[in-house]
Design a protein. Structure first.
Length: 213
């Protein structure tokens, strides 16, 4: 699925997130596992570290916390509206409308890559390919931190924040296998429940990995 390709519900991923806008931050801006992962990451990054935020949304909390820690942050998101919100909320970072499936930085371009829930609205093969792509962007000694809703899920139609969307994911074990195959060392992983504001509870999978120096 590209930025403009419609999902089964009739809207593209970009259009869905254009509509959701700031409501996403209200529902998912304070996920405890995500905040803990960011604290863990910023403790390990030097001032000026280059960090990519994949699926940057409104810029909060990820880009905002990374900028406060002195990082040079680039955020990418398929939604033009989200990019506009992020630029206004976190002007110290750089944001662009881009898709993780076609974004082309140099290999090893970043000291860290953050991926908090951006891979769900695509097919399973695309999820696997995106994980491998993101891993390749991590410099030696750098980190990848990610979160998703895990499971062996392929093209499942759901209603999410008032929109019909088609989602896919991979099991925790498959995430770990793919990251290892991409040359990363998994340092920690766990699952935790979370209830978004005004939505059904869901399970989150968190993973922290490092590319050996």
């Amino acid at each position: 699925m590209t930025v403009g390709e419609p999902m089964k519900g009739g809207k593209s991923a970009a259009e869905v997130f254009d509509d959701v806008g700031a409501r996403y931050e209200e529902a998912f801006g304070q996920v405890p596992g995500q905040l803990a992962a960011l604290d863990w990451l910023t403790d390990r990054l030097a001032p000026g570290a280059r960090v990519l935020d994949v699926g940057s949304g409104t810029g909060r909390p990820t880009a905002e916390l990374l900028v406060r820690a002195g990082c040079a942050v680039t955020g990418i998101d398929v939604s033009a509206h989200m990019v506009g919100l992020a630029r206004s909320r976190v002007p110290q970072a750089r944001f662009e409308q881009a898709d993780v499936r076609t974004y082309t930085p140099a290999e090893g371009a970043f000291d860290a890559v953050c991926s908090f829930f951006p891979l769900l609205v695509m097919g399973q093969p695309e999820v696997a390919a995106a994980l491998q792509r993101m891993a390749s962007w991590v410099a030696p000694g750098g980190y990848l931190v990610l979160a998703t809703v895990p499971g062996d899920i392929s093209d499942l139609d759901i209603v999410w924040m008032g929109h019909e969307v088609t989602v896919s994911s991979l099991s925790p074990a498959e995430h770990l296998r793919l990251l290892g195959a991409a040359g990363l060392e998994v340092l920690e992983h766990h699952t935790a429940p979370f209830r978004p504001e005004g939505a059904e509870p869901e399970e989150h999978f968190f993973c922290r990995a490092r590319r050996p120096a």
